[in-house]
Design a protein around this ligand. Structure first.
Ligand code: AP5
Ligand code: MG
Length: 191
């Protein structure tokens, strides 16, 4: 079993590269953002609660997200490995994930951090807003908020895994296929 965290700021290409990784290696994709958006689309209680945070670019409370991931791990026993996209996003989520994986007799093998300059992140979100329908892409203040939340709360996740030597940083700027080749090389070197 190989468990990968694809890490990076909003707009760094986690979702884009996840799709390609799933197609190539058969990981089970676990994107907390996608799960939350589907809860919103289905107008569940969880979705209604999450929407107010997401629309402001703030994080949904740890307990909610950790509960979702716990359920997803239990519902997908026997897969080749998980690809975590947009999770963990706080140090508390990282510690909870490590503990959950331990109960499944597995652990994180690799954290791949996509490095993209801030002006490019904004450019990508502005561009995507035209088609995504994502309310958190459309507003400039929300874009900035998501980036500052990343710096203040999420960078701690990379620090957490760095102490175990699990983090590799890759350039996330340039052609999608070129970035993907670098990701594949890093995955295969650790497999
Ligand atoms: P989430 O859905 O996780 O969004 P995000 O982290 O803000 O990241 P994005 O999905 O915006 O970007 P991405 O890195 O996936 O990039 P993409 O491939 O799409 O979270 C949304 C919200 O949900 C959070 O703000 C929070 O409220 C909540 N949430 C989610 N998880 C949570 C958690 N664990 N805890 C608490 N709250 C949570 O690419 C972006 C764009 O760029 C696309 O248009 C793409 O086509 C384009 N692109 C990609 N690669 C390239 C390239 N190389 N060159 C040019 N363009 C590119
Ligand atoms: Mg995404």
């Amino acid at each position: 079993m190989f468990n990968l965290i694809l890490f990076g700021p909003p707009g760094s290409g986690k979702g884009t590269q996840s799709e390609k990784l799933i197609a190539k290696y058969g990981f089970k994709h676990l994107s907390t953002g996608d799960i939350l958006r589907s809860e919103i689309a289905n107008q569940t209680i969880l979705g209604l609660e999450a929407k107010s945070y997401m629309d402001q670019g703030q994080l949904v409370p740890d307990a909610v997200v950790i509960g979702m991931v716990d359920a997803a791990l239990n519902a997908n026993k026997g897969v080749n490995g998980f690809l975590f996209d947009g999770f963990p996003r706080t140090k508390a989520q990282a510690i909870a994930l490590d503990e959950l994986l331990q109960t499944h007799n597995t652990s994180i093998n690799l954290v791949l951090a996509l490095d993209v300059p801030e002006d490019e992140l904004i450019k990508r979100m502005v561009h995507r807003a035209k088609t995504s329908g994502r309310s958190d892409d459309a507003d400039e203040n929300v874009q900035q908020k998501r980036i500052s939340v990343y710096k203040n709360e999420t960078l701690a996740v990379a620090e957490h895994y760095d102490q175990f030597g699990k983090v590799e940083t890759l350039n996330g700027l340039g052609e999608i296929d070129e970035i993907f080749s670098g990701i594949c090389a890093a995955v295969e070197a650790k497999s």
